[in-house]
Design a protein around this ligand. Structure first.
Ligand SMILES: C=C(O[C@H]1C=CC=C(C(=O)O)[C@@H]1O)C(=O)O
Length: 381
């Protein structure tokens, strides 16, 4: 019997969850009754969450997304129950077209301009510039299938969060970067910055990891993120440390420099999303200092990031939960997806190498769509 290459869904399947986080210790999935909380910015998040947590049943969950821009509206969904299983995915649709927006060469030119601005500035030390790929499919993208395809990498957390609006629009990805986990007074974070593409050849793969580990440029790029997180969390903690220092860590397609941070909160009542909003956006997605870097991003990137490079996560009725940096993801709507990838730029960065690095960071999403992992690197302009 021949299997059909595509499966067509005429409408959003009933019971499609508002959010799902496939974590190693079990999935956190909204029940079908999830409702959107009043939207607002990070400034009002604490009050809005306190209100929602008052009435959340013991088994309930709150999940959602913070946008990259701190002055834009977040989206939170409250679910009185948590689902334990997901609708099985169908087949991925046939891809009709993939285009780089901006093209890799235009991205490299933007990196060049960022380096010029940094050279003229006495303050700007790092900026993260991103680009996107527009993917068109023959039929509606099966979100459950996409999430399933992304769930295979144990070093990343596959997630799906419904974004605001009447048309179903979701941010779906597999993020390797933990912004903040909270359980009672215990907190942890695992910032990543500094990257190298992995190779299928074990010798070349090891050499890439060793070269990343010894790269002063990548270590500088990474240190900004760790310092920002320690500076933000220190006043809130009784203890805070990075006992293992900076090490090389990996996903299926990338090597990264990573630093595990652990601590104990002075006030264990602060909910996880509030702590995440204090940290966001770290220099892993924005830069140093934050306001100058955010302005340069607005000047040089051709489109608004929306919820890419924001934060996604969940918390339970006690305010405990996990929040992740919203990277290695795509905004999915109907038959279309926009895939995002960014790279940290510091003095000494090479524009062509940064364009190639962003190209490599699309690999996990491209593979989940059934496309070659190198498709972004071979796109003709
Ligand atoms: C901004 C992204 O990655 C960040 C996380 C890890 C390594 C990064 C880097 O080496 O540039 C980025 O800071 C992205 O994947 O879109």
């Amino acid at each position: 019997m021949t299997r059909p290459l595509t499966r067509i869904h005429s409408a959003t399947p009933v019971g499609e969850p508002a959010f799902a986080f496939l974590e190693t210790d079990g999935p956190r999935i909204a029940g079908p009754e999830a409702r959107a909380l009043p939207q607002g910015t990070s400034e009002t998040l604490s009050e809005r969450l306190a209100e929602a947590l008052k009435t959340l049943p013991r088994d309930g969950l709150i999940g959602g997304a913070l946008p990259f821009d701190r002055s834009a509206l977040d989206i939170f969904w409250a679910s009185d129950t948590s689902a334990t299983s997901r609708r099985p995915g169908g087949l991925m649709p046939v891809a009709l077209g993939l285009s780089a927006e901006p093209a890799a060469s235009a991205y490299a030119a933007a990196v060049e301009r960022a380096l010029e601005r940094m050279a003229l500035s006495t303050r700007l030390e790092k900026v993260v510039l991103a680009r996107s790929l527009a993917l068109d499919c023959a039929t509606e993208i099966d979100r459950a299938a996409l999430l399933e395809a992304l769930s295979g990498d144990p070093s990343a957390t596959a997630f799906d969060v419904r974004l605001p609006g009447d048309t179903p629009r979701h941010l779906i990805g597999a993020t390797p970067e933990l912004l903040l986990r909270k359980s009672g007074a215990e907190i942890s974070s695992h910032p990543l910055a500094g990257s190298a593409r992995r190779s299928r050849d074990p010798v070349a793969d090891r050499a890439a990891a060793d070269s990343l580990s010894g790269s002063p440029k990548d270590r500088r790029e990474h240190a900004f993120v760790v310092e920002a997180i320690l500076d933000t969390l220190a006043p809130l903690c009784r203890t805070l440390s990075a006992p293992e220092g900076t090490t090389v860590t990996s996903t299926g397609s990338m090597w990264h420099l990573g630093t595990k941070i652990i601590g104990k909160l002075s006030d264990p009542e602060t909910p996880a999303p509030v702590l995440a909003a204090l940290l966001h956006p770290t220099p892993a997605v924005c830069g140093t200092p934050r306001p100058e870097a955010a302005q340069l991003i607005a000047d040089l990137e051709p489109r608004d990031r929306g919820y890419y490079a924001g934060a996604v996560g969940w918390c339970d009725a006690q305010g405990d939960g996990a929040w992740y940096v919203a990277i290695r993801c795509a905004e999915v709507c109907g038959t279309q997806a926009r895939l995002f990838a960014g790279a940290g730029i510091v003095p000494g960065s090479d524009p062509a190498a940064e364009a190639a690095e962003t190209g490599s960071k699309f690999a996990a999403m491209l593979e989940a769509f059934g496309l070659p992992r190198d498709a972004a690197l071979t796109l003709t302009e």
